[in-house]
Design a binder for this molecule. Sequence first.
Ligand code: AMP
Ligand code: ZN
Length: 285
Amino acid sequence: MANGKANRMLEAKIERKVKETIDRYSLCSKKDRILVALSGGKDSTTVAYLLHKFGYNIEGFHIDLKIGEYSEKCLKAVKELCKMLNIKLHLYDMKTQMGSGMCYLRSAIQEASGKGKLKNCAVCGVIKKWIFNREARKLGMTKIATGHNLDDEAQTFLINIFKGSPQLSLNSGPISKNVSDKKFIPRIKPLFYVLENDIREYTKSKNLPVVYDKCPCSFDSYRIQVREFLNTLEEKDKEKIIKNFEKLYSKLKIIKNPQIKYCSKCGEPARKELCKKCELLILNR
Ligand code: AMP
Ligand code: ZN
């Protein structure tokens, strides 16, 4: 098939899936002010590109993780994208705001917690989510959009099952619905049903400014193992995993929300006395 035609088909397929996901799960409306968490990678770039194309009110948000040359490339790509889309970009500098770059902070926390106890990506994930929520709220945003794709979600779903905690997948739907609180800004995943390979092809065919390197910090051996296993399957099998997730998700919705408290240290929504981020940072004292 000629390249042009294949690209147009892929474009139509991705756009249809994203539109369907937005409608089916009521991810966002034209009234929302959406902060797109932009890493500089292909997924979040695609989210911003499509939400902008569909006429949503979006602004970009980038955490400069201060991981050397990798972070410099990401910052450059994000700036280029926001300029191209003519949207506002909000920057968060890990060194000035948190006192150190993400890698350094993460290793200090892991060191303090005891070797092998905390996975790299889990630590970064907690800190990033804390930053997204706080900054989005300060900016008066009503939604936070991230680039999580079908492959990420299939991995998470399987990992939660292997861990014996499928209820953790409640955090993994196309929209966060486990917390309902005025201080909590809902997170949405417009690419929930889009395969990673399709997103890669899409950003390449559109020539979008994207950093394709993996974060040098993203070393979670268990997730890598699950990803490698999933990549031995056909794409339609990955889609089936997500279909099974849906069955569980619809049941999990009815579980009563636990009472939300506010972290006694930072004031952010929390399930316990301290939020997850403050629990981690306390280790780093
Ligand atoms: P990750 O946890 O690195 O797989 O990233 C998941 C999602 O979080 C990405 O698709 C982005 O939407 C967002 N994200 C990751 N890193 C950053 C960053 N440095 N700045 C802003 N958003 C980010
Ligand atoms: Zn806290």
